[in-house]
Ligand binder design. Structure first.
Ligand code: ZN
Length: 148
């Protein structure tokens, strides 16, 4: 493609040297710069997760973690209190393990979408620790049951 240096008329015929409209010399037309495709997809198709989603993920993980930690201590003292507190440990794990799992999944989703905030990082860490605490509680619980 060529463009007229005088009237800016664009010609598709590259063999033409002079403008058919005004007769001025034609110059080679540089192709328009292409938009950055990767940047387009990053900005438009994968929007950053909302603050609400990040805080929800972190809040679920920390809430689940807190109660699972409480349940863990019940598990430790459980056998001394005739199995009552011990049963509580299982109830805690069943009720609050899902919070940690959902919190961790949400936080992980935020991170995968390009978020690197403290909310997502804490949500993932507390969710993971909560899941480990629940697993240890269950393990101690089963060992204690088998020992009875
Ligand atoms: Zn011209």
């Amino acid at each position: 493609m060529k463009i007229c240096t005088n009237c800016r008329n664009v010609s598709n015929d590259d063999n033409m040297n002079f403008c058919p409209l005004c007769g001025a010399p034609l110059a080679a037309l540089q192709p328009a710069p292409q938009p950055e495709v990767n940047q387009f997809y990053a900005e438009e198709n994968y929007p950053k997760p909302s603050l609400g989603l990040k805080i929800t993920g972190m809040a679920l993980s920390i809430t689940g973690f807190s109660f699972l930690l409480l349940g863990f201590f019940y598990t430790l003292i459980g056998p001394m209190e005739e199995g009552v507190a011990f049963g509580m440990a299982f109830a805690f794990s069943l009720l609050f393990l899902p919070l940690c799992i959902v919190g961790m999944v949400l936080s992980n989703k935020c991170q995968n979408a390009g978020d690197n905030s403290a909310f997502s990082r804490l949500g993932k860490i507390f969710g993971l620790i909560g899941i480990i605490i629940a697993a240890v509680s269950m393990f101690i619980g089963f060992v204690s049951l088998a020992a009875i």
